[in-house]
Structures are given as structure tokens and as C-alpha cells.
Design a protein around this ligand. Structure first.
Ligand code: AOF
Ligand code: ZN
Length: 349
């Protein structure tokens, strides 16, 4: 039943931001009497949808949900009130709610003598809402750097007439898979180097989604051209380290560090403040390296194409100052898959 609740929650993978992905199943004995999932902020919570579907059969039912029912009046009324009113007998949550404004619904239910337990499939539940948990507990998004590289770790040509060219290293299946990861992100981040070299749109195209992530550009000296495709349609957000003298049809925010660069950890706090749970980075080796050096990265999504470009081509990460093997940046492989002719590695710091 909890696996079903998680599968329902996943239907909101592309849409619930800034809210968590939540699914709910109501049962009477062995049979399911109601199901629901949260579609988007402002829409009913998963519990409310499932209870409505169950109607009179909600009384005496067991409720499975991947997140502790909320105790607060937010955009919708508290789910614990609905649970009590509908005489649910027992509530099983995969995990407690890390949102301090909505938490402790379980305690309130127990006080009202409704059975409450949590911990069933907790690891899967945390994984599904990894960005929401990160924002609530650390005040920053979960940061995922996506890289497409050759087997020798090269991401673009470095010199010659095609310097900076990186389209395309991986095959169409891997590129479409990359768009699915873009779609689930709340924001997509790149640097001015990539804007100049590739002129990317940073939109989700290869998969169907009703929502486009926020586009964010790190551009310390505010060098971006007003014709850059990433600015098309407006709504982008640029972080810079100089006083913005020009208008670009995008929001510009100055966040400078003493080196005249964008203060990256503060940028993450700022993105969290704006409700960004998962941040998807598609940048070049310079910004990737700065993010790693400043402790701003949680995981790498790396697509490896079975080819070589050789040592003169650009690498993945600018990491100066590693002089002993003890200093190497160690990762744990979270998953390993074949996507078309390429390999996909998800590795965590
Ligand atoms: C959801 N969907 O199914 C559940 C949530 O301000 P609101 O009303 O949108 O409430 C959002 C909070 O409610 C959310 O951060 C989480 O703590 C809690 N539970 N949220 O969006 C749901 N059950
Ligand atoms: Zn709720």
C-alpha cells in the first residue's frame, strides 16, 4: 500500500514544486477504498483527494501516505482535521514532515486517539522528496550537476575553430533522459561561459510537462547578451557581482563575494527562499568546479558516451589545488544504468 502511495506521489514529479510529492491510499482490510495524489501548490493535498474518493468508506479506514499529514492552515486546511472528521482509524506515514509550519500532525492524531505510525519505506519517501527535505532541513536546494562526457571525461572541444563545442557528446536517448531530470527540477542553473558557448534555452523540450523550471544564470560581470536565448520569454533570474546597470528582461540580483564573483552558498540560500527544492545545474567546468569547491553540490548525474576526445579537450571540473591523492573528491554511486548507447551514473558526494 505504501509502494502504491509512493507511485501516486510520483505522478506529481514535474508539478508539485515548491510543495512535496505526496500520494495517499485508503484501505478497508485488503481492499483499497480511496486514492489520491497532490498535483500542485494550491490544489488539494493527497489525503483530501483520497478521503473524498472514499466517501462513506473512509470511516474506520487505514490511511497510507508518504508524508506525515499536515497540521496547518496553509493554502488548504489541515489534513489532520479531515482525518478526524472522517473517522479514519489509523494513519501510516512513510516519513515525518520536515516542514516546521506543517509538522507534528502525527502527534496531534495520536492525541485524538487515532493510531499513528511512521517509518514504512522511509528511505524511498525521502528520496522522492530529496529537494523538499533539503530545503526544509538545510535551507538550500538539493543540487544536482548534470554532465555529458566522453569515457575519458571530456565535455567539449577546447581549441581550434570549434572551441567550446559540445553538441552533441551523448546520444538522443541520453539527451531525452536529461530533459526528464530537467523537468523534475524547480530551477535550472548555468554560467555565462555556457551561455556564450552554446546559447542554451534551458527549457524542458523532449518530455511533456505543464511547467517550465526557473532559469538561473551565474554571470559575475553581467556580460550576457540581451539576445541570449535563455532570456527568451522573460522570467529568468541572473546572479551577478556588479551593480546591474542595464535592463535585460530578466530579474537581476547582485550577490558578490570578496573576489568579485557571485557568492554561491548565498545564492543557494536565496534560491531556497524562493521555494527551489531541486536545482539542476548544466554548466561548464569552471562553474562546476566553483560549485564543488564551495561545497554547493550534492550529486552528479553523469552521462558517459563510449568515445574519447583526448587530453586537450575540456574536462568536467576545474579543481585547482589537489596535490595529494588523499584530497581526491570521493563519491558514492547511487545508480548506474545504460541509456541508449551511453552510460548514466548518479554519484553522490
Ligand atoms: C502538499 N501536498 O499532499 C501534503 C502536503 O501551504 P500548503 O497548503 O500548500 O501546504 C504545503 C505543506 O503541507 C507542505 O509543505 C507539507 O509540509 C504539507 N503536506 N503538502 O503540498 C500534500 N500532504
Ligand atoms: Zn495536508
Amino acid at each position: 500500500m505504501m509502494a502504491r502511495a509512493l507511485a501516486l506521489a510520483e505522478k506529481g514529479l514535474y508539478t508539485t514544486t515548491p510543495n512535496p510529492r505526496v500520494g495517499c491510499v485508503l484501505t478497508q482490510g485488503e481492499s483499497v477504498v480511496g486514492e489520491g495524489w497532490h498535483e500542485k501548490a494550491g490544489a488539494p493535498h493527497a489525503e483530501a483527494v483520497a478521503i473524498r474518493q472514499a466517501g462513506e468508506r473512509a470511516a474506520g479506514a487505514t490511511l497510507y501516505v508518504n508524508l506525515e499529514p499536515c497540521s496547518h492552515h496553509g493554502r488548504t486546511p489541515p489534513c489532520i482535521d479531515l482525518i478526524q472528521k472522517n473517522k479514519i482509524n489509523r494513519v501510516i506515514a512513510a516519513m515525518l514532515d520536515p516542514n516546521p509550519k506543517a509538522a507534528h500532525g502525527g502527534e496531534a492524531l495520536a492525541a485524538a486517539r487515532i493510531g499513528f505510525e511512521h517509518g514504512l519505506m522511509q528511505a524511498e519517501a525521502r528520496e522522492l522528496n530529496i529537494g523538499f527535505v533539503s530545503r526544509m532541513t538545510r535551507g538550500r536546494p538539493w543540487v544536482r550537476i548534470k554532465i555529458a562526457a566522453t569515457l575519458d571525461g571530456r565535455t567539449a572541444l577546447a581549441g581550434g575553430p570549434n572551441a567550446g563545442k559540445s553538441q552533441w557528446i551523448t546520444g538522443p536517448e541520453a539527451r531525452q533522459d536529461g530533459h526528464r531530470w530537467r523537468a523534475r527540477a524547480c530551477a535550472i542553473l548555468t554560467g555565462i561561459g555556457t551561455v556564450k558557448a552554446d546559447d542554451p534555452r534551458l527549457t524542458v523540450r523532449d518530455v511533456a510537462t505543464p511547467r517550465q523550471p526557473l532559469r538561473v544564470i551565474v554571470d559575475s560581470r553581467l556580460e550576457i547578451s540581451e539576445k541570449a536565448k535563455v532570456l527568451d520569454g522573460g522570467g529568468a533570474l541572473i546572479f551577478c557581482a556588479v551593480d546591474p546597470g542595464k535592463k535585460l528582461g530578466a530579474e537581476i540580483q547582485k550577490l558578490s563575494n570578496p573576489h568579485g564573483k557571485v557568492e554561491l552558498p548565498r545564492m543557494l540560500e536565496e534560491l531556497a527562499r524562493r521555494g527551489i527544492n531541486e536545482l539542476h545545474v548544466e554548466a561548464g567546468f569552471r562553474l562546476n568546479g566553483s560549485l564543488v569547491r564551495e561545497g554547493c553540490v550534492d550529486e552528479f548525474l553523469i552521462y558517459l558516451n563510449p568515445s574519447f576526445l583526448g587530453d586537450e579537450a575540456e574536462g568536467m571540473l576545474a579543481l585547482c589545488g589537489i596535490s595529494s591523492l588523499d584530497q581526491k573528491i570521493k563519491l558514492k554511486i547511487a545508480s548506474l544504468d545504460r541509456i541508449g548507447d551511453d552510460i548514466r551514473v548518479l554519484a553522490r558526494l
